[in-house]
Design a protein around this ligand. Structure first.
Ligand code: SF4
Ligand code: SF4
Length: 161
């Protein structure tokens, strides 16, 4: 296969109407006004949405924002084994383990933070968890925010659905 070069000629001179831009401006305005009236008449064909107030319905298998699962007694199902933190390629999970209230479990997370700005939504944490304590089935991606700090999700926020 050979690759050729196609030379595209440039117009040597601009016409008078092109030099004053007036006709070009009017043509551009015509396109804009055309879109305005078409969208005003057929609003059902506008494909934009008022994000974040309006959320797009995500497919069932979409990997979205994380949530931590709860036991029947309301405590986190997480046993602070650090598997998710170890598996995370973006190093965005930080867990501090403590003694569990439930004698059947050895440990529980004292704190569990996910830095959503670093997360690449790969799902490795979900795959690594041995007790199905973390899921990414919220159907919602990281919401917009004004500060970096508020995008580090703490355990309380992760326990909310
Ligand atoms: S989805 Fe991937 S990058 Fe995000 S917290 Fe889980 S393992 Fe880390
Ligand atoms: S969420 Fe799962 S993998 Fe992560 S520390 Fe808790 S139990 Fe271990």
């Amino acid at each position: 296969m050979t690759i050729g070069i196609k030379k595209v000629g440039r117009p040597e001179t601009l016409t008078f109407s092109e030099r004053v831009y007036l006709l070009e401006i009017l043509k551009g305005l015509g396109v804009t006004i055309g879109h305005f009236f078409r969208n005003a008449r057929h609003q059902e064909k506008i494909w934009t949405m008022e994000y974040p107030e309006v959320r797009r319905t995500m497919p069932e298998r979409f990997r979205g924002r994380h949530r931590l699962m709860k036991r029947d007694d309301g405590n986190p199902r997480c046993v602070a084994c650090y598997c998710c933190q170890t598996a995370c390629p973006a190093r965005c999970i930080t867990i501090v383990a403590g003694d569990a209230k439930d004698p059947a479990a050895e440990k529980a997370p004292v704190s569990f933070d996910i830095d959503m700005l670093r997360c690449i939504f790969c799902g490795q944490c979900v795959e690594a968890c041995p007790v199905d304590a973390i899921r990414m089935d919220t159907g919602w991606f990281t919401p917009p925010d004004n500060s970096r700090e508020s995008l580090v999700f703490s355990i309380d926020r992760l326990l909310e659905k």
